[in-house]
Design a binder for this molecule. Structure first.
Ligand SMILES: *[C@@H]1O[C@H](CO)[C@@H](O)[C@H](O)[C@H]1NC(C)=O
Ligand SMILES: *[C@@H]1O[C@H](CO)[C@@H](O)[C@H](O)[C@H]1NC(C)=O
Ligand SMILES: *[C@@H]1O[C@H](CO)[C@@H](O)[C@H](O)[C@H]1NC(C)=O
Ligand SMILES: *[C@@H]1O[C@H](CO)[C@@H](O)[C@H](O)[C@H]1NC(C)=O
Length: 768
């Protein structure tokens, strides 16, 4: 429901049935759309100084815990050296037109469909999932795709949405039309990288699938046959009666024939061509974002500045400039791996819905940028791309303080594992975390086999991000020493999966011929998060999500709601959902008529008193609930971004940045055992304390939003301008309400910078 209402390209029903796990977190965000907040200065500094690089340390490090902030800001800058460049040629030099050469390793990195050090070995991905689609389980699942790339047995299937009703591009498992508007593949036996004779209109499995016959009623995920293959059908005529959603990231428009800029990290630095997530680099450029230049060749101008829709959102990485843009820079220096594409770029190529797996994409008209509000794991792409474009990035692994591994594990279970026969990591089967854990083990094996850096410090300086519902609870033990960034701050060694979705259960064993020992021996025994070395980081909320926040310049109004929570209050859930917290508060509030008597608002979609714009409601509230749902829940972000005091009820679970900020100064924590006393506890807080907490919120809120990407900074500034200029938005009473509106540079000390500043303090520990 959330997805459909956000202009996502998927019919809601597909989403609800298919994406159970993502859905569980997505529902968490269903309540969440915009916002309003305020802030007031406990510190008079704030009134004097906008937040900029030059603001006093006392202001910049306000409400932090420990000395990481001061140390990062006071550090001695180091010389910015030009990085060495690689010169090892690949064989063949052009990687058979099916990949790009990495001049550091001399190995080809292959696009979907091909593998091997020369990208000449086929690695196909048929448009089918045998396990899922066979109608008669007694029948042997044979290959479903013939040499002509068409389905061999179109009528014998249980689930059409995982089959191709046309011609399959079995490099990526993307289905295209048959017939007049259809695909004509390259002749059989063509060399790698040969384009199809005609690309054809996409008929992407899963959301564009026709029924198998004229007379069949469309079932889940299907469309009436005649819409696709009738006389006026989409695959038969130029101007069809049916206008589907395209389902491919580089096509848009009524009939899916207008070109769109697809997403690639860093837009291939303006030195390559983006193929649905994989960068083909221009001659002599290399790396997964084509930012590196082969030794001995002159640098060429990037195309980003001359491509308006790219120039507005990304830039060429500063690390790529020679000479460096400045004489000095600050630590930490982070090396971003050019990973084997199977763990990163190819998972983007395999996705069957464009908004999946990405924090931003382009759309009509004019390739404008759309920030994700439906892909709840978007911090993955956000952190990755922010690093690529950051001054903290170094191309020189020898000077790097940290190694970032930009894997796309959170993307893996959705478009990937469930919809086609491949890729499987160490065989199919088992819950989804098994695939993710196995992929990360393969990733470490690949790193260790390709580079010396893992061995050097036992992985301690390697950084992994876990955005999935179950955080890093399922992380393979081989990552024990590495730094885990996660949304799920669950502590304690004795943890069990509590999810309602069997696909996500991370402690369910699955043995197979490919992994006879099972997978749990590789993952069990560690905590989901260790505050000593790991960090709970914010989920990505796009700026429009908190559009009504006074922190974003919206008119500052009195907070007339005492308490606010909108979301799933567990009416149809198992008792362990939210550890019973939401349910209990909801029932107490209902029985005691709290919303009438105390302006204490909690409820779900069918509770009228919580209706209204989510951002607006959060901006009107003094206290906002932060507790779990099925797994982690981005409610702290919602509260803080709106200047609402978070009320955290989550035993033995760290909230975002809890290990590095003075959370007490701007939040309230209540033990789960005391949940029944919530009203009394909050009512007993003196006005003075509430004001102090609200003021502190104004000093930290910016650390909870991502603003380092050039496009985000621009967007935030524009929204603040719009909010401030809006004539209908005059403050209701002219009084000053806390927290005070934000003044300053949006890119300073945002979530990304906070993570960097904290990493700086961790350098000595990685040296072990
Ligand atoms: C539409 O195209 C398909 C595939 O080529 C063909 O079998 C079918 O007869 C066409 N339908 C009509 C009504 O032309
Ligand atoms: C959008 O980007 C694509 C791919 O770069 C390009 O072919 C197309 O012309 C662009 N559209 C517009 C309206 O500029
Ligand atoms: C890394 O490779 C070395 C051999 O080069 C091996 O001894 C070590 O066990 C490997 N470590 C991992 C984590 O695979
Ligand atoms: C990782 O930590 C767990 C729990 O402390 C332990 O059981 C396991 O042996 C460790 N594995 C490695 C490879 O260090």
């Amino acid at each position: 429901m959330l997805w459909a209402s956000r202009g996502a390209r998927l019919p809601a029903i597909l989403v609800t049935v298919a994406l159970t796990s993502l859905h569980s977190v997505a529902q968490e965000h269903a309540g969440a759309t915009g916002a309003e907040g305020g802030h007031e200065g406990a510190s008079h500094l704030e009134r004097k100084y906008p937040l900029t690089e030059n603001a006093p340390l006392q202001l910049r490090c306000s409400a932090t815990a420990g000395d990481w902030c001061q140390k990062a800001l006071k550090q001695e800058p180091i010389p910015w050296r030009t990085a060495p460049r690689g010169s090892k040629d690949c064989s063949p030099a052009d990687c058979n037109n099916a990949g790009r050469c990495n001049y550091d390793t001399g190995l080809c990195e292959c696009t979907a469909g091909w593998t091997g050090s020369d990208c000449a070995t086929p690695q196909k991905r048929p448009c089918t999932n045998k396990q899922r689609t066979i109608a008669d389980p007694r029948k042997e699942p044979t290959s479903f795709i013939g040499p002509d790339k068409r389905d061999l047995d179109w009528t014998n299937m249980a689930k059409v949405y995982s089959r191709c009703g046309g011609v399959c591009d079995d490099d990526v498992a993307i289905c295209y039309c048959d017939g007049p508007m259809g695909r004509i593949p390259a002749p059989e036996g063509s060399p790698p990288g040969t384009p199809p004779i005609r690309r054809g209109r996409p008929l992407v499995t899963f959301h564009m699938a026709p029924t198998t016959t004229w007379d069949k009623k469309p079932a889940f995920g299907e469309h009436e046959y005649h819409l696709v293959y009738g006389p006026q059908g989409y695959c038969n005529v130029t101007e069809p009666i049916w206008m589907p959603n395209c389902g491919l990231d580089d096509l848009a428009g009524q009939n899916c024939d207008e070109p769109l800029e697809p997403f690639c990290p860093g837009a291939c630095s303006g030195h390559g061509r983006c193929n649905l997530g994989f960068c083909f680099c221009d001659d002599g450029y290399y790396g997964h974002d084509c930012s590196r230049r082969k030794a001995g060749l002159p640098l060429l101008p990037s195309r980003i500045p001359t491509t308006p829709w790219l120039a507005s959102v990304v830039r060429e990485p500063p690390a790529a400039l020679e000479p460096p843009p400045r004489a000095t820079r600050r630590r930490p220096l982070v090396y971003v791996y050019d990973l084997e594409p199977l763990f990163q770029a190819r998972l983007l190529q395999y996705r069957i819905s464009p908004p999946w797996c990405v924090h931003r994409r382009h759309d009509l008209p004019g390739n404008h940028t759309v920030w994700s509000d439906m892909w709840v794991y978007a911090a993955d792409g956000m952190l990755h791309e922010s690093l690529l474009l950051s001054e903290h990035r170094t191309f020189d692994p020898e000077e790097a303080d940290f190694f970032f591994v930009p894997h796309q594990a959170s993307c893996l279970p959705f478009p990937i594992g469930s919809w086609a026969d491949w890729p499987w990591f160490r065989g199919p089967g088992g819950p989804r975390p098994r695939q993710m854990a196995n992929m990360l083990m393969d990733t470490v094996e690949w790193i260790n086999a390709t580079h010396p850096f893992w061995q050097r410090r036992g992985g301690r300086d390697h950084v992994f991000l876990f955005t999935h519902d179950e955080g890093a609870c399922w992380a393979p033990n081989v990552l024990n020493n590495s730094i885990w960034l996660t949304h799920w701050g669950r502590m304690g060694l004795d943890h069990k999966s509590q999810t309602a979705f069997w696909q996500d259960i991370y402690d369910m064993e699955a043995k197979s011929p490919h992994q006879p020992e099972g997978w749990l021996v590789h993952t069990k025994g560690h905590a989901c998060y260790n505050p000593e070395k790991d960090l709970v980081i914010p989920a990505f909320k796009q700026p429009k999500h908190y559009i009504h926040s006074p922190l974003l310049g919206a008119p500052s109004k009195p907070r007339d709601l005492f308490f606010f929570f909108k979301g799933d209050v567990g009416k149809h859930r198992a008792p362990q959902y939210s550890r019973g917290v939401r349910q209990k508060i909801y029932q107490l509030a209902k029985a005691g008529k709290w919303h009438e008597e105390h302006k204490f608002f909690i409820g779900g979609n069918d509770d009228e008193h919580v209706h209204g714009d989510y951002s607006e409601m959060l901006s009107r509230a003094t206290f906002c609930l932060v507790t779990g749902g099925d797994g982690w829940s981005a409610r702290l972000e919602d509260a803080v971004l709106h200047g609402c005091i978070p009320v955290i009820i989550f035993d033995r679970v760290h909230a975002v940045f809890e290990s590095i900020l003075d959370l007490d100064s701007f939040s309230v924590r209540i033990a789960e055992a005391d949940v029944e006393k919530i009203l009394d506890i909050l009512k007993a807080l003196p006005e003075r304390k509430i004001k102090a907490k609200q003021a502190h919120l104004g000093h930290v809120w910016h650390r909870f939003r991502y603003a380092s990407l050039p496009g985000l900074a621009t967007e935030l500034l524009a929204l603040r301008q719009k909010n401030t200029d809006d004539p209908s938005a005059a403050p209701s009473d002219g009084a000053l309400h806390l927290p005070r509106p934000f003044k300053g540079d949006d890119t300073v000390d945002d979530a990304f910078s906070t993570i960097m500043q904290w990493l700086h303090s961790r350098i000595p520990y990685t040296r072990g």
